[in-house]
Ligand binder design. Structure first.
Ligand SMILES: [Mg+2]
Length: 286
């Protein structure tokens, strides 16, 4: 991909991560791990892939983004604010009484750009299937993207929805699995193993793509493939690290649902800065 574009997307993903850390520190609670791990994916979606109009959030032909893991709301809010749906300052109202930015997204709070009230795991794929089917029936051009945790795939309802998507040949549906091998209680492989994950999706009738979900260039290429040509629904298994970008908490499931203290937030922002410097210099250390 063009270097200038990559540079710009890296800048955005850094901004999203910084906003996530600041908003969680301000809230004093919330889910840091997945929000940081998903920042590159949200960058590529909102700045490269989605057809959307931040100043016209109800545009009928917009692509629909379903965040099935509602607890990763902070990164969705950061992406919406930085895209222009609402002022960035509002990110600091996260989880405050009366805020439009609740700990789990709620459409009845009036935040523009939200497609789904979410939090109860395993439900988003069914909603995405319903939307994609509606678009097919209406012969509408918009697509549906849904984001899932790997721990979330332990929910049976995911596989009912997966079966249904293939049956209806929903090639306008692209699901993404945040494959970090972490969930609230530990390693996903120890709590309830998912492998062979690729074969599971394939056996349910899906096209499967895999990539490094913390590599922006790979994500751009993978979404380009996903957007074009197949009769099947597509799932992207994106390998990520929980907490990516903040080295001291990376790949540590204990940060699934924890917020940094003000002192920790300062340290994490420094670590983010160092991470992006090393990315720029091509010397990133995982
Ligand atoms: Mg996970």
């Amino acid at each position: 991909m063009v270097q200038a574009n990559l540079h710009q997307l890296l800048k955005v993903s850094k901004q999203l991560r910084e906003d996530v850390v600041r908003s969680l520190a301000s809230a004093g609670s919330g889910h840091l791990g997945a929000s940081l791990g998903l920042a590159d994916i949200f960058t590529v979606l909102y700045w490269q892939v989605l057809h959307h109009r931040p100043l016209q959030p109800g545009w009928s032909e917009r692509d629909r983004l379903i965040l099935s893991i509602g607890h990763a709301a902070p990164v969705l809010y950061a992406a919406l604010a930085n895209s222009g749906y609402f002022p960035r300052e509002e990110l600091l109202t996260l989880r405050k009484l009366g805020s439009r930015l609740q700990g789990h997204p709620g459409r009845d709070h009036g935040l523009p750009g939200l497609e789904l009230s979410a939090g109860s795991l395993g439900q988003g794929l069914s909603v995405a299937v319903g939307l994609a089917l509606a678009a097919k029936i209406d012969r509408a051009p918009w697509r549906v993207f849904s984001i899932h945790g790997d721990g979330e795939l332990q929910e049976g309802s995911i596989w009912e929805a997966a079966m249904s998507a293939a049956h209806h040949k929903l090639n306008n549906l692209i699901a993404l699995v945040d494959r970090n091998d972490c969930q609230i209680d530990g390693r996903t492989s120890e709590v309830m193993g998912l492998e062979p994950l690729r074969a599971k999706w394939e056996s349910f009738g899906w096209r499967v793509l895999e990539c490094d979900g913390n590599d922006i260039a790979q994500l751009v290429e993978t979404f380009e493939v996903a957007e074009h040509g197949d009769v099947k629904p597509t799932v992207i298994i994106a390998r990520t690290l929980m907490g990516y970008g903040v080295k001291s908490i990376q790949d540590d499931y204990r940060w699934h649902g924890k917020a940094p203290s003000p002192t920790e937030a300062e340290k994490f922002l420094d670590e983010l800065h160092a991470h992006y410097l090393s990315l720029q210099n091509g010397t990133v250390q995982e």
